[in-house]
Ligand binder design. Structure first.
Ligand SMILES: [Zn+2]
Length: 666
């Protein structure tokens, strides 16, 4: 019953032929549907979704291959078809006839549909409305203009940040870099060499900028770089060419207009509408609660750092450009373990066995290695996923970094679970990481960060694989609210911090002994290092973002005043007046996080709250909790709002106390 993706025969010709065919089929189907005399689930939505499923499946394979085995042909393929697909999807979202037919299903057939189908119909109608389909013709024109202008400005914002970052370089001598580790020095030297110079080149790109702020003893150099970094893309930057100030105001104005057109009070209301949180006020309330709980801890962190800087260098005033530097030194002094020492305990095969054992305990799900699934690279390992003796899906692991592979780690769907005319398609997941490849007979050793990454992505993978939903549009992670989708992944990460679990996945590469508790205690303490300061920083960004897209008026108010006001309310560190961090805050001005930056903290609260129930449990008790998590969350896809799932699991709404505790602030 298995349906493998034929990676051994997939090439550009196959992909092109398949995609062309699926596009034609979809277009043909849409014109057929538009002329359909009946508007029912079976005449409209079922065939449309089935056709979209086929198209996305092929497109997904091409996208996947581009990310793990890039080639000029794949890039050309992507460049050619991406705009075609975008047009196709936008066209569907703006198809009046399709909208009327979907509305007719809602009006006439709805009560006879099952719960999954009802949810799909409601989602479709919601998305139609959010794409402006119910607006009067002039308003629709207006809406399109806003969308296009906003997209243009988002790109411009992004380019300005990039250009401002690229536009800066500083060349220094070896003497000026005292304190900087040799690894970094050789990179600065190489970069100067490629400019035909024999000194050292520093830029504002993070891997170049950060080591200076962390390690350079030269305070004046740190101050100068800090100034350049925090004034990027502003009126204060050295060349002033890439100023984002006016663009920010325009973007905010357009977003406000868009929200108003669609019937929302503010852009924040529009953003939160499709999320788990119910109102912007609820989110603000949540963020301020967290701020109140963490402020004293942040103050304590800062006092400790000031005291340390005073003792070490007789520093009277700790400035913004001193914080990373002294934090690094204080951390070294407080927690004397090296990440290399820790790494010796995490052999990849052992970590895998332990992770699989944990999953089996929690969900009675097993991973059986299989040799007969074709893949895209010899490093890839493949598994059948078995639950209670039943085959429920497949998973690919592609774990080592190599050339032509995108950096980072992610889980992606190779195939969604779906039931088409009684024919099941089972979920298939990709888990992609960039760990160090084993050398010779020695196994690959993971850093503790790698271990957490693996657990995290596995959480997403389980959410995708363990779904019991038949409609792919709401199966697995599809349609799950943006601020809740990290719940299963962050939840899994917490297990890596549980010593009872952690010891089972460790064995020293030479001696075979498990991770000693004393070493783990140090790691745990360093996890909480400056957690108050870190928490407040994230809250500052989140509150600023939400207020900016809430009551803020782009015409009369000043976003610089707003950020100052937020800082006065909650922060313990006040950066210099010239700090223009908003001018390079791409998450909210160029990415998808507008009025949604809070999602990171929101999901963390959910995950931590849930994990607190599992903490310290074992055996039958753990299995029982795992089963409950599976039934209320992992299997549910987006059939129900996550808040309902959460309440079904926990018997109450989320609470922040667990996160406070697990951040060491208690
Ligand atoms: Zn994630």
């Amino acid at each position: 019953m298995s349906q493998f993706i034929p990676f051994n025969t997939v090439d550009i010709n196959y992909l092109t032929a398949q995609l062309e065919q699926k596009i034609d089929a979809l277009q043909l189907l849409v014109s057929k549907i538009e002329a359909s005399p009946t508007s029912t689930w079976n005449s409209i939505i079922a065939p449309l979704h089935s056709s979209l499923y086929e198209l996305n499946y092929i497109w997904g394979i091409a996208e996947h291959l581009q990310s793990v085995r890039d080639s000029p042909e794949l890039r050309d393929f992507h460049e050619k078809y991406q705009p075609i697909l975008t047009d196709l999807y936008v066209g569907l979202g703006q198809n009046q006839q399709l909208y009327r037919q979907t509305q007719a299903i809602k009006d006439q057939e709805y009560s006879q549909l099952n719960a999954e189908q009802q949810k799909v119909v409601n989602n479709e109608l919601r998305d139609f409305r959010l794409s402006g389909i119910t607006l009067a013709p002039e308003q629709q024109q207006e809406y399109k203009k806003i969308q296009n202008k906003a997209a243009e400005l988002n790109t411009k914002f992004d380019h300005n940040v990039l250009d401002a970052t690229d536009g800066y370089a500083k060349y220094v001598s070896r003497d000026e870099l005292a304190g900087v580790p040799t690894d970094n020095l050789s990179i600065y030297q190489e970069q100067a060499q490629s400019d035909g110079r024999d000194d050292y080149k520093i830029t504002l790109h993070m891997p170049s900028y950060l080591p200076i702020m962390q390690y350079a003893n030269n305070r004046e150099l740190r101050r100068e770089l800090y100034h350049a970094y925090v004034t990027r893309a502003s009126e204060l930057s050295a060349d002033g060419k890439f100023d984002n100030s006016a663009i920010i105001r325009q973007i905010l104005d357009l977003r406000y207009q868009k929200a108003q057109l669609l019937g929302f009070k503010t852009y924040a209301d529009y953003s939160v509408y499709t999320k788990m949180a119910e109102t912007p006020e609820q989110v603000l309330d949540f963020l301020y609660q967290l701020a109140e709980k963490s402020r004293d801890y942040a103050q304590r962190d800062l006092d400790e750092l000031r005291e340390f800087a005073k003792q070490l260098d007789n520093l009277d005033e700790l400035q913004a450009w001193d914080i990373a530097y002294y934090s690094e030194k204080l951390q070294e002094q407080k927690y004397s373990y090296s990440s290399n020492e820790l790494k010796q305990y995490f052999q990849l095969p052992k970590v895998f066995t332990g992770l699989f054992a944990l999953i089996k305990q929690l969900y009675q799900v097993e991973f059986i290695s299989t040799q007969n699934m074709p893949s895209w690279h010899p490093d890839v390992t493949t598994y059948d996923v078995i639950q209670h003796g039943k085959f429920i899906g497949h998973i690919y692991f592609d774990l080592y970094s190599r050339e032509g592979k995108q950096s980072g780690a992610w889980m992606n769907s190779a195939q969604n679970r779906s039931m088409d005319n009684g024919e099941p398609r089972l979920p298939i997941a990709y888990i992609i990481c960039n760990f160090t490849k084993p050398i010779g007979t020695k196994p690959s050793l993971l850093s503790f960060d790698d271990v957490q990454t693996l657990f995290h992505e596995m959480g997403h993978g389980l959410h995708h694989l363990l779904t019991t939903i038949d409609n792919s549009a709401i199966a697995g992670i599809n349609g799950v609210e943006w601020d809740a989708v990290e719940l299963p992944s962050q939840f899994m990460e917490y297990f890596a911090w549980d010593y009872a679990i952690l010891r089972t996945i460790t064995a020293h590469v030479e001696t075979g002994v498990e991770l000693p508790e004393e070493l783990f205690a140090k790691v745990l303490a360093s996890r909480h290092y400056q957690s108050g300061l870190q928490m407040l920083r994230q809250l500052e960004f989140s509150i600023f973002d939400l207020k900016l897209h809430g009551k803020y008026d782009a015409h009369t108010a000043d976003y610089l005043q707003l950020i100052n006001q937020v800082r006065q309310e909650i922060a313990v560190i006040t950066p210099p007046e010239y700090n223009r961090f908003a001018n390079s805050f791409g998450h909210i001005f160029a990415g998808g996080y507008a009025a949604g930056y809070y999602s990171y903290k929101w999901a963390e609260v959910l995950a931590c709250d849930v994990f607190s129930q599992f903490d310290g449990k074992s055996g039958a008790e753990l299995a029982e909790l795992g089963d409950k998590f599976y039934k209320t969350i992992l299997s549910q896809g987006s059939l129900r709002p996550m808040m309902e799932n959460f309440k079904a699991l926990m018997g109450r709404e989320p609470q922040i106390e667990a996160l406070i505790k697990y951040s060491g602030m208690q």
